[in-house]
Ligand binder design. Structure first.
Ligand code: UDP
Ligand code: MG
Length: 140
């Protein structure tokens, strides 16, 4: 079973979309293995997105990610990483396929409602950034 980290970003939390977004993942067969609401400091957002630190959008992205609460989740399924990426859609909501979460709820390339790990290596960094082993539930 593969695990991936999802974040419901501050724009989506603000618009009361937590349930709708989690519903889409659960409906697609992803199991919620861990779930937490928290507010990132800007420094914590910078640490999470350190891979992008040379990018022009890094500072704005980290301000956005710390502007309000987020919901972080570990989702589990076979092929969870690819499944979540497909359900999210392309980074830019305007280019995201119809029916995806970002096409439905994203409002700009930055404010695109959700994050999902993009590879097993990213997931291996991102999951422990938010959750300890004791907070991740094994299959009931
Ligand atoms: N982002 C942005 N401008 C860009 C590209 C990305 O503001 O030109 C933001 C956006 O919120 C995106 C995040 O930075 O989700 C991380 O970028 P990445 O390229 O990893 O996209 P993702 O993997 O989230 O689709
Ligand atoms: Mg990415």
């Amino acid at each position: 079973m593969e695990r991936t980290l999802v974040i419901i970003k501050p724009d989506a939390v603000k618009r009361n979309l937590i349930g709708e977004i989690l519903r889409r993942f659960e409906e697609a067969g992803l199991r919620v293995a861990a779930l937490r609401m928290l507010r990132l400091s800007k420094q914590q957002a910078q640490g999470f997105y350190v891979v992008h630190k040379e990018r022009p959008f890094y500072d704005s992205l980290c301000s956005f990610m710390s502007e309000g609460p987020v919901v972080a989740a570990v989702l589990e399924a076979q092929g969870a990483i690819e499944k979540v990426r497909a359900l999210m859609g392309a980074t830019d909501p305007e280019k995201a396929q119809a029916g995806t979460i970002r096409a439905a709820f994203g409002t700009s390339i930055e404010r695109n409602a959700v994050h999902g790990s993009d590879s097993p290596a990213s997931a291996a960094f991102e999951i422990p950034y938010f959750f300890s082993a004791l907070e991740i539930m094994e299959t009931p």
